[in-house]
Design a binder for this molecule. Structure first.
Ligand SMILES: [Zn+2]
Length: 863
């Protein structure tokens, strides 16, 4: 989008010039039910260090009615390229801007949603990174903190929530006016407004003389599914844990959590008014992994109230620190808070965060954790696996390196020193150095200023008695993809080595050694002279961030006994290692399938089970030799059906296998089973075929040509909700006909009428691994359209299309060639280029993995 960028240099210049005191913001939302635009009036008071200087304020709006600076009316032509030029500042300034701002349907700015169940309108704001300017004129950068006072006019009967507690509305007639108290000094991106006939449930967090009002909100059509008690329980555990660890009271007046529709991210840490995606209000049975993920999100946002909201990064280059800290905090709180239902959170962290980070860190777009963020376009594509997951992994490593007590002591000093202010990374590292007595400069250079993943391999030699003669940890420098930024270096790793023995069918840890690994080879003298254990596991307890390989003997034991580790974390680490080897072509897709078929039968951790389900499907669709692929899919489908029937009735595992079957069913018998579950003629004892599962089953029937438009329409009739409309869109786009594909393509690429969620649903249905031929013509169409999409759509919408419609299923050299030709000819902007290059890397990796799988197949046949 031209004209909406802001460079770091511009931000720095503006921050040097201005001190912003306060905003008074009046929003007239009486037009909300009709949509279109709304009146936004901003009065902002600020001082300038250099009177006479000029600056600008940010605004993205269809039109400006009035700009008055220090009593003088400015020409509205000063508004151009999403900025209002402000010439000739005084020492003390008052600016008034009256604008007509637009409701959006992209989840950016003020999102407007109409619930098909009750026909009512629901609004919420989403401002990170630079979208407060879509709702009011603002100096949109995190280090220009100010106090914000909102006055909101909205339909009578509505609920209006913002950062400050909701006042009693005034007025009569069809609208009311809510006048909120000013906030403390915060950044514009964490201000918020949520308005509509939402329903709330209330409680309070009480601790001694402290009482913080708590609210949980959703749309009325979801109220019957809202388990507010469970949300409050996790929230209160988080308050207890963080207040104690941070030694700083919760800094805002109240804490509301609002489940809102069509939300792009997981949640957003608006000060005291957190918004969360409303799929977290579960309409159907979900597994415990979903409750765990929701609790993690709740704790993540709560941690941001201190780290991010109370103390805020100066510029977006420290976004990683903000997100990594909150991500680390969510896991450590779940692991340690008294009463936590998920004390095994580090298993989930290994299973999900690490996998995400390792994947992202091997893309050509990988970058050091401390990224160059020169402008807003840079930061918008940087909400990635490096920023969240690698950063959090490295923080976990930092905690192992300095010790947890010293870590939190440093954090406590940091909050006290910088409350309500802005900081850089060096402020946190300085506090941690003081607390730990360790010099963190070398650590910071090795971990934060370089890219890629080290590989750790064991090197074992045995004597003739089978005792360990030598044991060393070998470290390899990251294999950085061509074009990746950053230097490939060896790093200092604080790791544990776990020694496991088989006893009565169980793999039990008999010893643990913790040590510092540095350089290419680190000897482990503690192991010399010992009997060789059944499994030696490097990076046990997952302290460091590294790809780990098993020695040949350990790998053989793991291949047989993966399910026999008594603890979930080493299992997750071995699963991760196997997956990683599969992605790297070191393990054939068919061998990964075999491992999954045997290992999953005994895997109790439901989150791990679900991850392996997804990974097996991806391995078969993308990494398997195409000549063998159908055999693998058939075996996987048989496994899913058998496990579904064998699973404990009503269990999470049963549901997970039902979903796995719904993703892969292919024989007439399997499709009959699915159709039977859907129409009720077949029953699997204990399996609730509820709303969401029905859509999964129907989706497979639609994709295989067994369910037509009438069947989809009938299901939508049963579930005529927003979620139902999205599922129906997926089913329609999934149908195996040229017409269905053309319709889906046109709706996404040639029109901009779809909301963010419906568009995402259509894309999900469009891409079907079993429909490669049908989809082949769209590779060319993609390259013809993608630049126009990038130039004309909002960031969120174009990101969905660019990544989602890339011809990832065409795993062929021709796809790489077409991509390269487009890259050469189109001269795409860096952020667009990055997304296409990332998608290309997936095809390149799949080609390599297919070759490895083909070779394994040939070996098995004795060629
Ligand atoms: Zn966050």
């Amino acid at each position: 989008m031209p004209g909406t960028n802001l460079t770091r240099e511009e931000a720095r210049t503006r921050a040097d010039l201005l001190h912003v005191d306060a905003y008074d913001i009046e929003l007239d939302l009486s037009s909300a039910r009709e949509g279109g635009t709304f009146r936004s009036t901003t009065v902002v008071r600020f001082t300038a260090t250099t009177p006479g200087a000029a600056t600008f304020i940010d605004l993205v709006a269809p039109s400006v009615e009035e700009v008055v600076l220090n009593g003088e009316r400015l020409d509205t032509a000063n508004f151009a390229d999403s900025r209002i030029a402000l010439p000739n500042l005084a020492a003390e300034n008052e600016l008034k801007v009256v604008a007509n701002c637009a409701y959006t349907n992209t989840g950016e700015g003020l999102h407007r949603f109409v619930d098909p169940v009750d026909g009512e309108t629901y609004l919420y704001t989403q401002f990170e990174v630079p979208d407060a300017r879509r709702v009011f004129a603002s100096f949109e950068q995190p280090d220009l903190k100010a106090s914000f006072a909102f006055t909101v006019t909205a339909p009578e009967g509505w609920v209006v929530v913002s950062n400050s507690p909701t006042p009693t509305p005034a007025g009569d007639g069809p609208t009311r006016t809510w006048t909120f108290e000013p906030t403390g000094r915060i950044s514009s991106y964490i201000t918020a407004l949520i308005a509509g006939p939402y329903v709330g449930v209330f409680d309070a967090y009480e601790n001694g003389d402290q009482k913080v009002p708590l609210g949980v909100y959703c749309r009325p059509s979801l109220r019957e599914f809202l388990d507010a008690e469970a949300v409050f329980e996790v929230t209160k555990q988080g308050f207890d844990y963080f207040q104690e660890k941070f030694d700083y009271r919760y800094p805002f007046a109240k804490y509301d959590q609002l489940f809102v529709p069509e939300f792009n991210a997981g949640a957003m840490e608006n000060a005291g008014a957190v918004t969360l995606r409303d799929q977290y209000v579960f309409r159907s049975k979900v597994t415990d992994a979903a409750y765990e993920a929701r609790a993690a999100t709740i704790l993540h946002e709560l941690a941001h109230m201190w780290f991010g909201d109370l103390v805020t990064m100066e510029w977006w280059n420290d976004l990683w620190l903000n997100e990594s800290f909150a991500t680390y905090a969510e896991a450590v709180c779940q692991a340690e808070a008294p009463g936590s239902r998920w004390p095994h959170s580090w298993t989930t962290f290994a299973n999900q965060m690490k996998t995400w980070a390792y994947r992202q860190d091997q893309l050509p777009s990988t970058h050091p954790i401390m990224a160059d963020i020169n402008d807003l376009e840079d930061v918008q594509v940087n909400f990635d696996g490096i920023t969240y997951a690698k950063g959090a992994s490295v923080l976990k490593q930092l905690v192992a390196y300095v010790g947890q007590d010293a870590f939190f002591e440093g954090v406590r000093a940091y909050f006290k020193r910088h409350a309500w202010g802005n900081t850089r990374l060096s402020d946190l590292l300085g506090a941690l150095e003081e607390a730990s007595g360790r010099d963190l400069k070398a650590w910071s250079r090795a971990w934060l200023e370089t890219a890629g993943i080290n590989v750790l391999r064991p090197a074992v030699t045995l004597n003739t008695d089978g005792e360990i003669e030598s044991f060393a940890v070998l470290q390899e420098a990251p294999a950085l993809p061509a074009g990746a930024k950053g230097e490939a270096v060896l790093r200092p790793h604080r790791i544990a080595i776990g020694l496991y023995e088989l006893a009565d069918g169980a793999l039990v840890r008999t010893d643990r050694i913790e040590l510092d690994v540095d350089g290419p080879r680190t000897e482990v003298p503690q192991l010399v002279g010992r009997h060789r254990p059944a499994v030696v596991l490097l990076n046990d307890d997952d302290l460091s961030y590294a790809k780990v390989r098993l020695d040949e003997d350990s790998l053989a034991v793991v291949a047989e006994h993966l399910g026999d580790f008594t603890d979930s974390l080493p299992r997750a680490l071995c699963w991760a290692s196997a997956w990683d080897m599969t992605r790297d072509g070191e393990m054939a897709a068919r061998d990964y399938l075999a491992l999954a078929v045997s290992g999953l039968a005994r895997e109790s951790d439901i989150g791990v089970v679900q991850s392996v389900h997804r990974q097996v499907k991806l391995a078969l669709d993308a990494y398997a030799d195409p000549a063998w692929r159908e055999q693998g899919l058939a075996r996987w489908a048989e496994t899913a059906e058998a496990q579904l029937r064998a699973a404990e009735p009503g269990s999470d595992h049963q549901l997970a296998w039902a979903r796995a079957l719904a993703a892969v069913a292919r024989t007439e018998g399997q499709l009959d089973l699915i159709a039977g579950l859907l129409d009720g003629s077949v029953e699997v004892k204990g399996l609730a075929v509820d709303t969401e599962l029905r859509w999964s089953l129907l989706g497979r029937l639609a994709a295989t040509g067994r369910a037509d438009e009438a069947a989809i329409a009938a299901e939508l009739e049963r579930d005529n909700t927003a979620a139902g409309q999205e599922h129906a869109a997926t089913c329609r786009a999934a149908r195996p006909t040229a017409e269905a594909k053309a319709e889906a393509w046109a709706a996404v690429v040639e029109s901009d009428k779809l909301t963010n969620y419906v568009q995402e649903a259509v894309i999900a249905g469009f891409q079907q691994a079993d429909q490669r031929e049908l989809l082949a013509p769209y590779a060319e169409k993609y390259f013809a359209a993608v630049k126009g999409v990038w130039e004309t759509r909002s960031h969120e919408i174009s990101q969905q299309i660019i990544g989602g419609l890339y011809p990832s299923l065409q795993v062929e050299q021709a796809t790489l060639d077409a991509t390269d030709a487009w890259l050469a000819a189109a001269e795409p902007a860096p952020a667009l280029r990055r997304q296409v290059v990332e998608a290309r890397a997936g095809v390149e990796r799949a080609l390599r993995a297919q070759a490895a799988d083909r070779a394994a197949g040939a070996r098995a046949l004795g060629h």
